[in-house]
Design a protein around this ligand. Structure first.
Ligand SMILES: Nc1ncnc2c1ncn2[C@@H]1O[C@H](COP(=O)(O)OP(=O)(O)O)[C@@H](O)[C@H]1O
Ligand SMILES: [Mg+2]
Length: 254
């Protein structure tokens, strides 16, 4: 009898992954914020974590960044166990809450971040010019951060995250408070990052943005309830959009 050739799924090696998470858990005084989370993100992928407020997205990212100690479980970034040390220069992290200095100018903030990562002066100047354009702050380089609007500070925070050209980016709600025109610009830049092989992990509330990710992880109550390409998840749930798909996958968990 002739055997049909088996359709083997592509196997990935450990070094293909930018991030691995195994049974990661975080409890705050009995509240389970992240509940035995498993996840693998391949290098070069734009990964969107979506889910309602309080579903554990920020807590997951903070554990990966070494800012919160997991209650249980383990994670790796570029093969190094979290909390990472050696691979830290390869990471850019834009926290959900502001991480820029208010009593310094836009330029001084960017300079500080570039010095923290020992970016060469000439490279810094080139990147500063490029990034100020991306975030629409080229006219505000000398403004004090305290004089900027909330949206402008948010955009500066993104530029600071990118100044050392990191391999992996963790962006926690990078486009909140960013006007639609500039969001388009951000996404143009995210695409460029992807083309140059960077891994981007972001959280977002905007479903149009989630649609642009290669892979989405849907979170609810600290669990990953579904994962796949945006189109794949819509098909699998027999719905027409990600909001409805989310509701379908939510029914499976409580
Ligand atoms: N430092 C903390 N102390 C106590 N509870 C926290 C703390 N940080 C987050 N939480 C709780 O953990 C849950 C997950 O929060 P979070 O990770 O911020 O969710 P998301 O980013 O998805 O909105 C929420 O119920 C939140 O109130
Ligand atoms: Mg959050």
């Amino acid at each position: 009898m002739m055997r049909r050739p088996s359709k083997k799924a592509k196997r990935y090696e450990p070094e293909d992954y930018a991030i691995t998470i195994e049974k990661l858990r975080k409890e705050f005084d009995g509240l389970v914020a992240v509940n035995d989370f498993n996840l693998r993100i391949r290098k070069g992928v734009t990964y969107g974590l979506i889910g309602p407020n309080g579903s554990g997205k920020t807590t997951t990212i903070k554990m990966l960044m070494g800012l919160l100690r997991p209650t249980a479980g383990r994670a790796t970034i570029l093969g190094e166990a979290v909390p990472i040390k050696d691979k830290l220069p390869c990471i850019g992290y834009m926290p959900q809450d502001m991480a820029v200095y208010f009593d310094m100018s836009v330029h001084e903030n960017l300079q500080l971040f570039s010095e923290l990562y020992s970016v060469d002066k000439e490279i810094f100047e080139k990147r500063e010019e490029e990034l100020l354009k991306v975030v629409g702050l080229e006219e505000r380089a000398d403004s004090l951060v305290s004089q900027l609007s909330g949206g402008m500070r948010h955009r500066l925070s993104l530029a600071c995250t990118l100044i050392h050209d990191p391999e992996i980016l963790f962006l926690d709600e990078p486009t909140v408070g960013v006007d639609p025109e500039l969001r388009v610009g951000f996404w143009g830049y995210f695409r460029k990052l992807k083309e140059s092989g960077k891994t981007v992990v972001m959280t977002t509330h905007y479903m149009d943005e989630a649609m642009r990710c290669d892979v989405i992880g849907m979170m609810r109550a600290g669990r990953l309830i579904a994962q796949g390409s945006p189109k794949g998840l819509i098909e699998k749930s027999s719905t027409k959009n990600l909001e409805d798909a989310f509701l379908v996958f939510s029914r499976g968990v409580m």
